[in-house]
Write a protein that binds this ligand. Structure first.
Ligand code: 1HN
Length: 390
């Protein structure tokens, strides 16, 4: 039995917590109302929602099917021309149903800190140059011919590539190919909204001028584990693009080593000059679940947005099974039990995910816990029914 520093049993503490939502006398109820009417609050009535025993996330576990997102994005392709004045960007973003009550539009929250979307750029379109406080990263899903200008460098990209556009760096996008290019965007927009720190600037030109050769930062780092000596002095964002081929190669190498029972084989995208996250405020990972992998459950304070790059399987979150396949998105809110399963017997599953660990770690908020019961596996009580296009 757990006894805390005040000599109370954990169950006693729960009762104390429950007592906090007690009925107040009529006199006190009226007193609370009167306090509120003069913009003051009664701490004795409110301390239990302020000091929760553990996190009570606004975001809920949720999944969006690729078919749903893509059907609406296709409609947006016919309704909007990017860069002509009618639309700065063409993206359909995830709104967590648990955050829908926040105005405006759930603060753009897939989780309480992370915005996520799928963006489409048609051949010939230019998404004009701007910069903002929010930091952004992209994971390319489909289509050849995408180009982005970021901080004076033109960066080419193709499916599986991971790209960053750090806070306050000019960026614009183009499609020089002959098919629509799709990618996942992830920004720290809900965090920026909560902090009231958003600034934006529009570049006077639709496309910013270029100051270095095409794919300059990738050329400086094409060797992988060596860095140009000038980057011994930490560089905030020395590399703009992380090629799929290299990420895959790293994961294939890990397949020769012991597997993590929770995450399978997983790597994170890093700033090669500092070893820290590639993007200052959003972490990003690529995970390989081998055929038949049945991960153990754990929970952590940081939240995730997952994008299924390849494969099929399911994730159990707080006892609910969420089935996924290529192109689906799902979110893991803070302090939510979760475990991943690859249901294929022959194909690897590749899961790209983003997280708010850099923000949480900066303030020492991160904690994690392994699920110990039932050999580390949750009992599946419910199966999630996703929304499909009409
Ligand atoms: C933005 O600038 C982009 O540059 C994408 O492509 C998504 C979401 C919120 C705010 C700014 C982009 C965005 C965004």
């Amino acid at each position: 039995m757990m006894i805390n520093m005040h000599g109370m049993h954990k169950s006693d503490l729960r009762e104390r917590g429950a007592a906090m939502s007690q009925q107040w006398t009529k006199e006190l109820e009226e007193f609370h109302e009167e306090l509120l009417s003069v913009n003051l609050g009664p701490l004795w009535a409110d301390i239990s929602w302020m000091n929760t025993i553990e996190p009570t996330p606004k975001a809920v576990p949720y999944l969006w099917k690729s078919e749903l997102i893509m059907s609406y994005l296709e409609r947006a392709e016919t309704l909007l021309e990017v860069g002509t004045g009618s639309a700065e960007r063409r993206a359909v973003y995830l709104i967590n149903p648990g955050m829908k009550h926040l105005e405006p539009r759930g603060w753009g929250g897939a989780t309480q800190t992370l915005y996520a979307a799928v963006q489409a750029v048609k051949p010939g379109e230019i998404a004009p140059s701007h910069r903002h406080t929010a930091t952004a990263l992209r994971f390319v899903l489909k289509g050849q011919g995408g180009f982005g200008r970021v901080g004076g460098e033109e960066i080419t990209f193709e499916p599986g590539d991971y790209l960053i556009t750090p806070s306050w760096i000019w960026h614009d996008h183009t499609n020089k190919g002959n098919e629509t290019v799709f990618w996942m965007d992830c920004l720290d927009t809900p965090f920026i909204v909560a902090m009231d720190v958003s600034f934006t600037e529009f570049h006077p030109d639709i496309q910013q001028p270029l100051f270095v050769q095409q794919d300059y930062s990738s050329k400086r780092y094409q060797g992988g584990m060596v860095r140009p000596i000038s980057d011994r002095k930490p560089h905030p964002a020395p590399l703009g693009r992380y090629k799929w081929g290299l990420t895959k190669q790293a994961l294939e190498g890990m397949k020769e080593t012991p597997i993590d029972p929770v995450d399978g084989y997983a790597v994170e995208y890093i700033n090669p000059s500092t070893g820290r996250d590639a993007d200052g405020r959003i972490g990003a990972r690529m995970q390989l679940l081998p055929p038949g992998f049945k991960g153990k459950a754990h929970r952590h304070v940081h939240s995730n947005v997952y994008c299924v790059y390849k494969g099929q399987g399911y994730t159990v979150m707080n006892g609910m099974r969420f089935d996924w396949k290529e192109g689906d998105f799902f979110v893991i809110p803070p302090w939510t039990w979760h475990e991943h399963v690859n249901t294929s017997e022959s194909e690897d599953a590749f899961l790209f995910s983003t997280n708010d660990l850099p923000i949480l770690e900066a303030f020492n908020f991160e904690r994690q816990e392994d699920y110990r019961e039932n050999e580390g596996h949750q009992v599946i009580r419910e199966v999630f029914t996703p929304l499909m296009p009409k």
